[in-house]
Design a binder for this molecule. Structure first.
Ligand SMILES: CC(C)(COP(=O)(O)OP(=O)(O)OC[C@H]1O[C@@H](n2cnc3c(N)ncnc32)[C@H](O)[C@@H]1OP(=O)(O)O)[C@@H](O)C(=O)NCCC(=O)NCCS
Length: 166
């Protein structure tokens, strides 16, 4: 399994597969912005709106097939030059529990440190498998916001705010 930062050209070429991975997460019940029904084409359309000049997209691949993805975005605010946000950490269901999510987060942390970032943050659905995953990798939960967003099938979920000081 190889994790790499995608160049803008690699990112564009990967869009259909990234769309599949996003749709797979939504169909699997993950709270990652979208509601059911949600197709791979809709997923690819969302990725098409991501500007690789502003967001760094990392992909984990095996034998040429992308298995997982994550975005690192430096805070734009001039008073937060040390902060980065993680989003859309997605591992296709057929590749889960093989350490790929961990490899992706480690790559993000390495890149964040190399850029001089000292704080990473994001939010995730409270009580979800993703919450257990982030806790297992040393992220701290600062608290939860009740009734923050709907799950793909329409339940109102709380969100957990996570951070890590690098
Ligand atoms: C969260 C996610 C990225 C984890 O990816 P993964 O490749 O399966 O995770 P890893 O195999 O690297 O897991 C590392 C550790 O995290 C913990 N973990 C991962 N998935 C877990 C789960 N479903 N339940 C409990 N703990 C879990 C375990 O401690 C695991 O180590 P172990 O397998 O040796 O027990 C993946 O489940 C996913 O894509 N979920 C849907 C999308 C999502 O919710 N993303 C987060 C949005 S913020």
């Amino acid at each position: 399994m190889r994790v790499a930062l995608l160049s803008p050209a690699e990112f564009r070429a990967a869009m259909p597969r990234l769309g599949e991975i996003l749709a797979d997460a939504v169909v699997g019940g993950a709270g990652v912005s979208f509601m059911l029904p949600f197709s791979a084409a809709e997923g690819a359309a969302w990725w098409a709106g991501v500007d690789p000049a502003k967001k760094q997209v990392f992909a984990a691949s095996q034998d040429g097939q992308i298995a997982g993805v994550v975005i690192l975005e430096r805070a734009w605010q001039p008073n937060q030059p040390h902060r980065g946000e993680i989003s859309k950490l997605l591992v296709h269901r057929s590749f889960r529990r093989k350490g790929i999510g961990k490899l992706l987060l480690q790559a993000v942390e390495r890149e964040a440190r190399a850029q001089g970032l000292t704080l990473l943050n994001f939010d995730t659905v409270a009580g979800s498998p993703a919450e257990a995953f982030y806790r297992s990798l040393g992220f701290t939960c600062a608290g939860t916001i009740p009734g923050y967003a709907y799950s793909p099938d329409g339940r109102l979920d709380d969100t957990a705010i996570f951070y890590k000081q690098l």
